[in-house]
Every structure is written in structure tokens, then in C-alpha cells.
Design a protein around this ligand. Structure first.
Ligand SMILES: *[C@@H]1O[C@H](CO)[C@@H](O)[C@H](O)[C@H]1NC(C)=O
Ligand SMILES: *[C@@H]1O[C@H](CO)[C@@H](O)[C@H](O)[C@H]1NC(C)=O
Ligand SMILES: *[C@@H]1O[C@H](CO)[C@@H](O)[C@H](O)[C@H]1NC(C)=O
Ligand SMILES: *[C@@H]1O[C@H](CO)[C@@H](O)[C@H](O)[C@H]1NC(C)=O
Ligand SMILES: *[C@@H]1O[C@H](CO)[C@@H](O)[C@H](O)[C@H]1NC(C)=O
Length: 482
């Protein structure tokens, strides 16, 4: 809470003689007293005025007035440089109006001898506390019991010990029940209200009035009847358009948990994720009917069927409605789920940094991995008949280039979708001397699989050895290093 303070101080009066004797025209700003107090005043509050005098012992009197009538006052003898606090009890029944604080300092023992006095305007605030209203739930249905409590807390965070009035109002504003002058029990009033079987549905209000301050809380009363059973449809959150089918898991249970037997109708619809223009007429949908359903089922929606709904399957939203008809109650319940379909962009990468560094005289090892664009792994059936073509182009310091024989790499038997590739230039060129000239290599991988999809990537590797083979000779030092 931010309190605005007001500061008052007075200057020592300088006599004419003193002024003339002071050749340098400088006025010494020497304060005689310092007063600080809150700018706002609230009903029932203990209003504190802090006073410090600097010169001599003074008898200080502070008072709060409303429309010129004194409401509270306090007096205290203040010794120099000893801060004192004057406490004024503002009556709880005080009303809005123009409030003033008056502070006077009198010389001790001298009747009417005023050392200073000052008056200042105060702001009046009715809000002398915070009322918290808590309910046991935010939404209720017919026949439920609303349990709630009101906790009034004063501005200094202490419990409010006096009585409060509590009202409960229906959406039309009619008072449905009231509790007058409820004593707070250790700072809280706990109450309950039983909703009838046919209450008015909508926003109800709990109103708490304490010391003229009103606090309200809205609760929502909704019509709700529990269904005898529920249908739960689960779809994967994302589907890649090259999958063969989409698995749709359906469960239907009574509220007791027992499975529901009946018939089942599944409807699926495919809509663009970002429609360019509004669709008119019937959105095409596909339908499946199962006459005998026993509470649990996994239904595979073939992608070919969805392609018939919409030629472009990727970037679309699949919506599935499942209706389960229960034989004995002759009741139909609907379950719903959605999924997003994306294009299966392949991503072929060399693992690690790019570019990399290698030593031409040593075999260089690198890894290539394939995944979908979002990083998810490819289904194993796609990797059964894959091909990874590997090309190496060696660049020499003199500006020459040489392309090595293309190779087809084997996928790592341990790690699916990863190839471990070794480039051994020494075995290709046959001599170390030829390798001295190698500046860099450009490695390129090309992937093709049985669906005909392709992906390619490349990696640049620089030779780490300097072009000239430098020799280094070590000789023992003769002198001690300085
Ligand atoms: C009271 O103090 C205020 C703030 O220092 C000052 O502006 C005002 O003139 C003083 N009033 C009197 C009557 O001394
Ligand atoms: C209830 O109040 C909420 C906001 O507090 C409002 O959005 C909603 O429309 C209200 N409902 C009725 C039935 O008045
Ligand atoms: C529906 O089923 C899924 C998985 O079987 C489960 O995670 C989810 O909580 C169920 N939802 C409901 C509303 O029962
Ligand atoms: C719903 O019924 C199925 C059997 O059909 C059962 O496996 C499942 O646990 C039940 N679910 C719940 C939430 O009771
Ligand atoms: C499925 O069962 C419900 C409830 O018994 C029934 O009303 C509905 O006609 C049935 N649907 C079909 C297509 O038979």
C-alpha cells in the first residue's frame, strides 16, 4: 500500500540584527521541527503523526478535523531530536467530508506561546479494509450447497472483529437470503446456502457489507445433468500425410466405469487449416457404421479415404465425431476429436557442426541422419528400401579439384535412420605426399526411399594441417627464464 506523506517544517526566523551583522547575504535554512503523516485518513483507523523538534522542548498537539469539527486529538511533550509519534483514533462512524490535520507546537509552561502551527488538508477514504470472499467452487449446479466465507482484513492486515452483513442475490438481483450482523469468528464468517432443485441459472452474487464498505463476488449457477455414459475419442495430435492410416481410439463407459454396448457411427471431415475462401454448402464427410460396439475400439481411418474428401491432405484439420447409440436406454452420446495433418518433409543432416575440420592423413568419420522436418523419426517400413548416395569432392591448395567415386552407404544397424560414414583419403591417394596439398573436402549425401521422396545435404570439412609440414625442434634452455 502506498501512503502519501506530507512533510511540514518551519524555518527559524532570523532577526533583523542578526541579518545585518551577517555581511554575506546568506540565509541559513535551519529547520525547527519535522512532521510526517499519512495523506489519507480512514474511518476506524489509528492515525499516526510523527514529530521531531530540533531546538527546544515543545509541547506538540495534533488534531484531525472534519468540516472544522475536531474528531480526534493527541498531545505530547517532545524533546529536541527525539522522534515522537502521536496516535489519533479516528471514529469508525466518521463520514466523508473535508478533513484537515492541525499541528501546533507550544513552548512548555507558557500559556498560548505558540512556537509553530500548521494546517494541512487530508483525503478521506471509506475503504478501511479489504474483504475477501471465498467459495468452495466457482460453478454450481441445481441442488448443490454453496459454501463460502468472508474474511475482512483491515489496512494493517489485522482481522476485523466487528459484525458484517451478508446477502446472497440471484441473477435478477433478488435477495435470496441474508445474514445480518454476523460476528466474525476469528476474523472469518463461514456460511452456506442450499440451492433449490430449480434455481435461477446465471450469475449469482454474494454481497458482504462491513462498516459501510461493500464487497461482491459472482458465482455461476448452471443447469447440468450428468449423462449416463460418455464417449471418449482419441486421435494423435499430428499426423503426417504419408501415413497409411490414422488410428482413432474410441471408448464409451457408463459413469460407473462399465463399458457401453451399442451401435457406433463415425463421421470424419477434412478442412483446410488456413481457408483461403469460405466454403459453401455441405462439407464432404466420410462415414463408418459399426452395428455392434462393445465399449472399446481402435478404428483405422485409411488415408486414401481422406484423400477422396480433399485432394490436398496436408495442412488440413481432421475432425472426427463418434456417435454411440446405447440399446437399453435408447440414448445417443457424441464424442469428438481433432487432429492436424502435415506434409512429411524429410530432413537429411550431417550431425555436428558445419563446417568441420579434419586431418587428411587420418580417416575422417561423420554421421548423416534422416528424420521428418519436425525431428520425428521415419517409420521403419520406409527405411527398408532406402538408398544413401555419398559423394566426396576434394579441393587442393593449388586450385585443383578431384571427385571421388560415388558410394552407397549402409544404414547403421544399431541406430535407425543414421549412417556412419568414413572417408579415408590415405587409402584413396595411396601416399602421404599427395595429402599435403589437400585444402578441404565437400561431402554430399543424397537420400531416396521407396516412396520416391528425396533429400540431400552437404558438409564442408577443412584440412587442419598447414600446407607446409613444419618441423619443430626442442632444445634445452640454457638460461633461466626471467
Ligand atoms: C504549513 O506547511 C506547509 C508545508 O511546509 C507550508 O506550505 C504552509 O505554508 C504552512 N502553513 C502555515 C500556516 O504555516
Ligand atoms: C456472468 O458473468 C460473466 C462475467 O463475469 C459474463 O461473461 C457472463 O455473460 C455472465 N452470464 C450471464 C448469464 O449473465
Ligand atoms: C480419453 O482417453 C484418453 C486415453 O485413453 C485419456 O487420456 C483421457 O483422459 C480420456 N478422456 C476422458 C474425458 O475420459
Ligand atoms: C472403460 O471401459 C473399458 C473397457 O471397455 C475399460 O478398459 C476402461 O478402463 C474403462 N474406463 C474407465 C475410465 O473406467
Ligand atoms: C443406434 O442405436 C440407437 C439407440 O439404440 C438407435 O436409436 C439408432 O437408431 C441406432 N442407429 C442405427 C443406424 O441403427
Amino acid at each position: 500500500m502506498i501512503l502519501r506523506f506530507l512533510f511540514l517544517w518551519c524555518l527559524r526566523t532570523i532577526s533583523a540584527q542578526e541579518y545585518s551583522s551577517n555581511q554575506i547575504l546568506r540565509i541559513k535554512h535551519e529547520p525547527t521541527h519535522f512532521i510526517s503523516a499519512s495523506r489519507t485518513v480512514r474511518p476506524g483507523q489509528v492515525y499516526a503523526v510523527s514529530v521531531t523538534v530540533f531546538k527546544s522542548t515543545l509541547s506538540v498537539r495534533a488534531s484531525v478535523q472534519r468540516e472544522g469539527v475536531e474528531l480526534a486529538s493527541a498531545q505530547q511533550d517532545c524533546r529536541p531530536r527525539v522522534p515522537e509519534t502521536l496516535l489519533l483514533r479516528i471514529p469508525p462512524t466518521s463520514l466523508p467530508g473535508s478533513y484537515r490535520l492541525r499541528v501546533e507546537g507550544g513552548i512548555q509552561g507558557v500559556l498560548g506561546g505558540s512556537a509553530f502551527h500548521n494546517e494541512s488538508e487530508l483525503l478521506y477514504s471509506q475503504r478501511s479494509m479489504t474483504i475477501f470472499i471465498q467459495t468452495n467452487q466457482p460453478i454450481y449446479r441445481q441442488g448443490q450447497r454453496i459454501r463460502f466465507r468472508a474474511i475482512p482484513v483491515t489496512t494493517d492486515l489485522r482481522a476485523f472483529s466487528e459484525a458484517v452483513d451478508v446477502f446472497i442475490l440471484d441473477p435478477r438481483g433478488t435477495v435470496m437470503r441474508r445474514w445480518l450482523s454476523r460476528q466474525t469468528n476469528l476474523g472469518a464468517v463461514s456460511l452456506q446456502y442450499q440451492l433449490s432443485k430449480q434455481p435461477m441459472f446465471g450469475n449469482w452474487t454474494i454481497k458482504v457489507v462491513a462498516q459501510g464498505q461493500v464487497e461482491e463476488k459472482t458465482i455461476y449457477v448452471e443447469e447440468y445433468y450428468q449423462t449416463p455414459f460418455e464417449v471418449n475419442v482419441t486421435l494423435p495430435a499430428f499426423v503426417l500425410e504419408n501415413e497409411r492410416h490414422i488410428r482413432c481410439s474410441i471408448t464409451a463407459n457408463y459413469t460407473s466405469g462399465a463399458p457401453v454396448t451399442g451401435n457406433l457411427t463415425l463421421k470424419a471431415r477434412l478442412e483446410p487449416l488456413y481457408p483461403q475462401f469460405r466454403q459453401y454448402g455441405q462439407v464432404p464427410e466420410t462415414k463408418h457404421f459399426i452395428n455392434y460396439f462393445e465399449g472399446r475400439m481402435d478404428l483405422d481411418l485409411p488415408m486414401s479415404e481422406l484423400r477422396r474428401l480433399r485432394s490436398q491432405v496436408d495442412h488440413s484439420r481432421l475432425s472426427v465425431w463418434v456417435e454411440v447409440g446405447e440399446r437399453f436406454l435408447n440414448q445417443v452420446e457424441i464424442g469428438f476429436a481433432q487432429s492436424l495433418l502435415y506434409k512429411s518433409d524429410l530432413r537429411l543432416v550431417f550431425l555436428g557442426a558445419n563446417p568441420q575440420v579434419f586431418k587428411p592423413s587420418m580417416p575422417f568419420k561423420c554421421y548423416v541422419s534422416i528424420s521428418f522436418h519436425d525431428g520425428s523419426p521415419l517409420p521403419s517400413w520406409r527405411l527398408n528400401d532406402q538408398k544413401l548416395e555419398f559423394l566426396t569432392r576434394v579441393k587442393f591448395a593449388g586450385g585443383g579439384e578431384q571427385e571421388l567415386e560415388p558410394r552407397f552407404e549402409q544404414m547403421s544397424p544399431i541406430q535407425f535412420g543414421v549412417w556412419e560414414i568414413t572417408v579415408d583419403l590415405l587409402s584413396v591417394f595411396g601416399s602421404l605426399a599427395a595429402l599435403n596439398d589437400v585444402q578441404s573436402m565437400l561431402l554430399e549425401a543424397k537420400y531416396t526411399d521407396e516412396t520416391g521422396e528425396r533429400a540431400r545435404t552437404s558438409l564442408l570439412v577443412y584440412s587442419s594441417t598447414p600446407l607446409l609440414t613444419a618441423t619443430c625442434r626442442l632444445s634445452p634452455a640454457r638460461e633461466m627464464p626471467r
